[in-house]
Design a protein around this ligand. Sequence first.
Ligand SMILES: Nc1nc2c(ncn2[C@@H]2O[C@H](COP(=O)(O)OP(=O)(O)O)[C@@H](O)[C@H]2O)c(=O)[nH]1
Ligand SMILES: [Mg+2]
Length: 212
Amino acid sequence: MGPGARKSPRRHSAVQPPETAVDFRFKVCLLGEAGVGKSSLVARYVLNQFTERYSPSIGARMLKKEIRVGTPEGDVNVVLLIWDVMGEKTLADLLKDAYFGGSQGILGVADLSRPDTIEELPGWISAAQSVAGPVPVVLLGNKNDLHPSIESTESFVALAERSSTPCWLTSAKTGENVETAFQMAAAAILGRYRTDRRSGPSRPIPASASQT
Ligand SMILES: Nc1nc2c(ncn2[C@@H]2O[C@H](COP(=O)(O)OP(=O)(O)O)[C@@H](O)[C@H]2O)c(=O)[nH]1
Ligand SMILES: [Mg+2]
């Protein structure tokens, strides 16, 4: 805040984390078909907002959120750089190197009320991993507030089980499991990083090495 900036009395302290040293910065990407709720999940998670209005994302945008993640040696401060891309396949294909490149984690989103969006997820994930490598994935079955059919929920969970991927039923509208899903992605990335560091060459993802 520059000189003369006034403190807004309406500012919520919950979305203004205290300034602390950042231990890690992780780039995570959301992917999935258009309209599944990627932008809404980010808005819920970072801004605690939701709107019924649909404004298709143009290009990609990035929002940051600072969180704490537990490790056996204690909590660390992590900044998540959350990339939200448009769901337009042809464009996504053109931009996929820029979008997925350097990602340390993937959130794959399906709309439980549209079974086709579940079927499309593996394609999105392999496209992302072909660029980013075998980074951790968490699957989100979104719009759970719409009371999706049991068949569709089961097919989503079956997909997650087939690919040994953790999954959550979420709602950007009610906030159900949104925080948990992002937190789990961060923990999985951190776990992978720690394992990699023990067993081989480390990838340069501590905060000092990937400034944004
Ligand atoms: N009922 C409900 N609607 C949602 C939810 N998430 C997103 N939407 C709505 O679905 C539409 C598409 O969401 P959006 O986040 O733009 O999807 P994106 O294209 O994947 O980014 C918007 O009208 C949102 O209001 C949810 O969890 N529940
Ligand atoms: Mg969007």
